[in-house]
Design a binder for this molecule. Structure first.
Ligand SMILES: O=C(O)CCC(=O)C(=O)O
Ligand SMILES: [Fe+2]
Length: 199
């Protein structure tokens, strides 16, 4: 099934759920859980250090350095499984990607706070393609102040789904994965295109 959601302000969400066949999604979940160089990073938020409440990894083409929350991530070299998935995601979304951020939510206490993927190196209106594996989780979008009064948008991202965020989504909406009691382990991959930016 494909669900298309036009967001106020010109954002566009396209959810393919399911996207991967169940057996393929399950095999990929296990392969990534056991085969990725997961780390728990320490970040600085408002001058204070925190351990991120999830595990992460950054893979990409040479030169795709990613900076956020005071972290500088140098890309690891694409594994065969990640490279094959990149091609499938490019085909489905019609957009090119040179990097992927992986997040491993070990259970319902792991989460991602509300944010926009609006770093300069992603460009003006980035297309971001998000593949989910493992347990389903709530994915919530909230309007920024300019659109105050718009209702939040909530999706359930199931294992094997593909969500493409495009248009002006990152300007007018922040998204997050709230803590969710009882949620099982989940891996999410957000494919991105990092552009060269002046230092
Ligand atoms: O886990 C998710 O579905 C969201 C991940 C995300 O927003 C990000 O990596 O920037
Ligand atoms: Fe994000």
């Amino acid at each position: 099934m494909v669900r298309v959601e036009h967001l106020a302000g010109g954002g566009l969400l396209t959810l393919h759920d399911p996207w991967l066949a169940a057996a393929e999604a399950e095999a990929l979940f296990a392969a990534l859980r056991d085969g990725i160089a997961w780390k728990q990073e320490t970040i600085r938020v408002f001058g204070r250090e925190h351990q991120q409440p999830r595990l992460t990894a950054w893979y990409g083409d040479p030169g795709t350095t990613y900076r956020y929350s005071g972290l500088t991530l140098e890309p690891l070299v694409w594994t065969p499984a990640l490279s094959a998935l990149r091609r499938q995601v490019e085909e489905a979304s019609g957009a090119p990607f040179n990097s992927v951020l992986l997040n491993h939510y070990r259970g319902g206490n792991d989460a991602m706070g509300f944010h926009a993927d609006a770093e300069r190196e992603l460009g003006e209106n980035p297309v971001i393609a998000s593949v989910s594996l493992g347990a389903p989780r709530r994915f919530v979008l909230k309007p920024v102040r300019a659109l105050a009064g718009e209702a939040p948008v909530e999706l359930s991202l199931g294992g094997g789904s593909l969500l493409v965020m495009g248009g002006t989504t990152q300007h007018f909406w922040r998204h997050g994965v709230p803590r969710q009691a009882g949620a099982g382990p989940r891996i999410n991959l957000t494919f991105r295109r990092i552009l060269p930016v002046a230092a």
